[in-house]
Design a protein around this ligand. Structure first.
Ligand SMILES: NC(=O)c1ccc[n+]([C@@H]2O[C@H](COP(=O)([O-])OP(=O)(O)OC[C@H]3O[C@@H](n4cnc5c(N)ncnc54)[C@H](OP(=O)(O)O)[C@@H]3O)[C@@H](O)[C@H]2O)c1
Length: 287
């Protein structure tokens, strides 16, 4: 059985790939640039671009299962491209990375970020292929963006101070993805993935400071300043989508981000990793 991993050079896909490879599964990594991809020795690598459907049949040839991820405003078209080709090449089961915000989407009145993910989910669930959808909350790895501040003046800047978020460790997302790809019984399931607690950004900074043994301070910045940083990292369209979702959360006061879900614990048979666990494991990234 061959498993194709998209986003194989990225955060979640890279972890999924490493786990599958270490466990001895036949795994193929998809990347736009095989020459630049640093992947574990022995992994089959295929060059393809999910925005270019003609590049996908070769990548999917002989593949039984897929870990499917794509980014921001490209999500609906890229996921739909891959699903359309997968139907023709005989893929059996796709495990798709979505987002927890989809659960809150109202068609007429929603932020583009939620709609992009919902459209991507529909492309899969209406395809006739077996599917499993992973809907994680915000990733704990966002705190890596605070490393420079932690090494410098110790002031962490974020637009959201007091919105509780049940962040999830991408290691747990990868663990759930591997279970869904390699065990029976996950077809037709949607898993809402959170950590075991909801913390505000202020509280996350406190935890991180305590773990690092360094006095970190939190400073609130405007949403526009945050949007500019996001646009530099991910482009205008994705930054606008993220910021619209953030504004909605702040205005509504009743947001999905603080809710806890038992799915990670149920699938993994152990508690999800906490933000303190994450910070302990990532001390080196802040040194
Ligand atoms: N961040 C959050 O808080 C959060 C919360 C909920 C859900 N999510 C979901 O998680 C996703 C992000 O996952 P991540 O952090 O693992 O992403 P990431 O680390 O940014 O991964 C980027 C990957 O995308 C691949 N890629 C980019 N454009 C591509 C294209 N045109 N064709 C093929 N591959 C392409 C890159 O491969 P190459 O460069 O090697 O081609 C790379 O492996 C989001 O898009 C969202 O759906 C995120």
């Amino acid at each position: 059985m061959t498993i194709l991993v998209t986003g194989a050079t990225g955060n979640v896909g890279g972890k999924v790939l490493a786990r599958l490879h270490a466990a001895g599964h036949s795994v193929r990594a998809l990347t736009r640039d095989p020459a630049r991809a640093h992947l574990p020795a022995g992994v089959e690598v295929v060059g393809a671009d999910m925005g270019l459907p003609d590049t996908l049949p070769d990548a999917l040839d002989g593949v039984h299962k897929v870990f499917l991820m794509s980014l921001g405003h490209n999500k609906r078209t890229h996921d739909a491209n891959l699903v359309a080709v997968a139907r023709k090449t005989g893929v059996e089961h796709i495990v798709q990375l979505s987002t927890l915000g989809v659960a809150e989407v109202e068609e007429e009145n929603d932020t583009p970020l939620g709609l992009w993910h919902r459209q991507a989910e529909k492309a899969l669930t209406e395809s006739g292929l077996a599917w499993t959808i992973l809907r994680p909350n915000g990733f704990m790895t966002h705190a890596l963006g605070w490393a420079e501040a932690a090494r410098g003046d110790g002031v962490v800047r974020s637009p959201v101070a007091d919105l509780p978020e049940a962040l999830v460790d991408p290691e747990d997302i990868a663990d759930v993805a591997v279970r869904a790809l390699t065990e029976p019984g996950h077809e037709g399931r949607t898993y809402a993935l959170t950590g075991p607690e909801a913390l505000t950004a202020r509280q996350q900074v406190e935890v991180l400071g305590a773990v690092l043994g360094r006095g970190l301070r939190f400073e609130q910045i405007s949403i526009e300043e945050h949007r500019a940083v996001m646009a530099g990292l991910y482009g205008e369209a994705t930054a606008n989508g993220v910021v619209a979702a953030l504004r909605k959360a702040l205005e509504s006061g009743d947001d999905f981000r603080g809710r806890l879900f038992p799915d990670a614990r149920r699938v993994l048979g152990r508690p999800a990793r906490s933000f303190r666990d994450w910070a302990e494991a990532h001390k080196g990234d802040f040194a």
